[in-house]
Design a protein around this ligand. Structure first.
Ligand SMILES: [Cu+2]
Length: 480
């Protein structure tokens, strides 16, 4: 392959990027004290069992049900789970695969399964238009399009209840793999789904009464909790060898929390986002990961053998001042990166070119839409499933100008179609990429371009702060 001839050891160059390491910090959540804590290795969620014998076909069973799990040591919590676990099993597929999911709803209320970011037929999108009744079954079926290798996730998307269902534990990861992935296969991979939650004394998940003051705060901010989870684990450990490079796929499954990820003492190369790889790796010191968004990073073990670092989320002010949490400036720990005692390895060479991301043609634009985010409303309106907000045709290319006119961030999500960011506040986007999530910071605007290649239907676009979405900060795009 042509781009393999232009290998450069980008990570080797960036090893000296971060010279300052943070003082050692101890995790101090409300957990039983252990003077000699043993690290828990981060375990990736289990993968689905493929029950199909056909080639290029992935056929799986998925059940949503109420169950009891231990999310924190010594405590039992009633959760909603996919196949008895949270996160649910990872759907690990290849471009071109036919995917069939036999879904059964064992919850006491209607739900759906939304395949966040996947380009698929309308009736398999799991939007509020297609609820699955309690006790009912539904088969989701789609073919994974070529060129869409990346990191995605699945979660419920029923009318008004998405935040509750994800907060109770219903979310899982999706990996779409390309036949011609440009990264060396020797690089080991980690899948990290970030979430946060809040618990009552008895271990139950804290969803306050709808009329309470606390519920009002949640409705404004998007519900947050002080306990941060990676794959359902609190402060797990990832082992790395000094000099080793790992590929981390990270999903933000939180209702409202935006992560500002930093790993002190370590090089960070961002290689991709929602819809897959960038054209070139980009060196970054930190990454902002909004709700629903994904990122792919290369992490190099930069500590000496036996050393350790911590993946943190730094303070990020996404809030209106009136309901901003008092502790918003707290830096929080997510996981420990423990360097093994093995002798260092020399860094693997990373390709300077990952793939080509063809630009959508601005000359082909047939309409320019304006989407205005105010607090809880889009273009001044609450969601109405009987109303169509934007009507268009298959094959059309459009620019959407998304403007946030209020004092808190609102993350934009479009169902069914990946878009490209043209500019943010008039500043052209530096790196071309496929996206389905875009944080629109307070009092700012962005322009995206999208082409509706196929799949007519009614597609949602909405704020991905789940409390905002559930309260109607959502619209309908009809593609005919
Ligand atoms: Cu919002």
């Amino acid at each position: 392959m042509a781009h393999r001839s232009s290998l450069v050891a980008v990570l080797a160059l960036s090893g000296s990027l971060v010279a300052v390491s943070s003082p050692h910090e101890t995790y101090t959540a409300a957990l039983p004290r252990d003077d000699n804590p043993r690290p828990t290795d981060l375990s990736s969620p289990a993968r689905f069992t493929n029950i199909s014998k056909l080639s290029k076909t992935v056929e799986v069973n998925l059940t949503a049900s109420v169950t009891t799990l231990s999310l924190q040591p010594g405590t039992k919590t009633e959760v909603f789970a996919y196949n008895g676990q949270t996160p649910g099993p990872t759907l690990d597929v290849r471009e071109g695969d036919r995917v069939i999911v036999h879904f059964r709803n064992d919850l006491p209320e209607p739900t759906t399964v939304h395949w966040h970011g996947i380009h698929l037929p309308f009736d398999s999108d799991g939007s509020p238009y297609h609820p699955i009744a309690p006790g009912a079954r539904h088969d989701y079926a789609f073919t994974v399009p070529m060129g869409t290798a990346g990191t995605y996730w699945y979660h419920p998307h029923p009318d008004h209840r998405t935040g509750l269902m994800i907060g109770k534990g219903l979310y899982g990861g999706i990996i779409v793999r390309a036949a011609d992935d440009p990264l060396p296969s020797s690089i080991s991979e980690k899948f990290l789904i970030l979430s946060d939650n809040r618990f009552l004394q008895d271990g139950s998940i804290d969803f306050p009464d709808a009329k309470s003051h606390h519920a009002t705060i949640d409705e404004s901010n998007g519900r947050e909790g002080p306990v941060l989870f990676v794959n359902g684990q609190v402060m797990p450990t990832i082992s790395i060898r000094s000099g080793e490079v790992q590929r981390w796929r990270i999903v933000n499954a939180s209702a409202g929390r935006i992560y500002r990820l930093a790993l002190t003492g370590h090089a960070f190369l961002q290689i991709g986002t929602d819809g897959g790889l960038f054209e070139n790796p980009v060196e970054v010191k930190e990454v902002l990961l909004t709700t629903g968004e994904r990122v792919e990073l290369l992490v190099r073990g930069s500590d000496a053998p036996g050393g350790k670092s911590v993946l943190k989320t730094l303070p990020y002010d996404r809030y209106v001042p009136q309901t901003r949490p008092k502790d918003w400036e707290t830096t929080r720990d997510l996981l420990t990166l423990q360097t093994t005692h093995d002798a260092p390895v020399s860094p693997v060479a990373i390709p300077a070119v990952l793939r080509k991301v063809a630009a959508l043609d601005t000359n082909a634009v047939t309409a320019v839409r304006t989407v205005v985010f105010s607090q809880g409303l889009i273009n001044g309106k609450l969601m109405d499933m009987a109303r169509v907000d934007v009507s268009t045709k298959v094959g059309a290319t459009e620019i959407w100008e998304i403007e946030n006119i209020v004092g808190m961030d609102h993350p934009f999500h479009l169902h069914g179609f990946q878009f490209q960011v043209l500019d943010r506040d008039g500043v052209p986007e530096k790196y071309r990429a496929w996206k389905d999530m875009l944080n629109i910071p307070k009092h700012s605007a962005a322009r995206i371009i999208v082409r509706y290649d196929d799949f007519p239907g009614k597609w949602m676009f909405h704020c991905h702060i789940l409390d905002h979405e559930d309260h109607g900060m959502m619209g309908v795009l009809e593609v005919k």
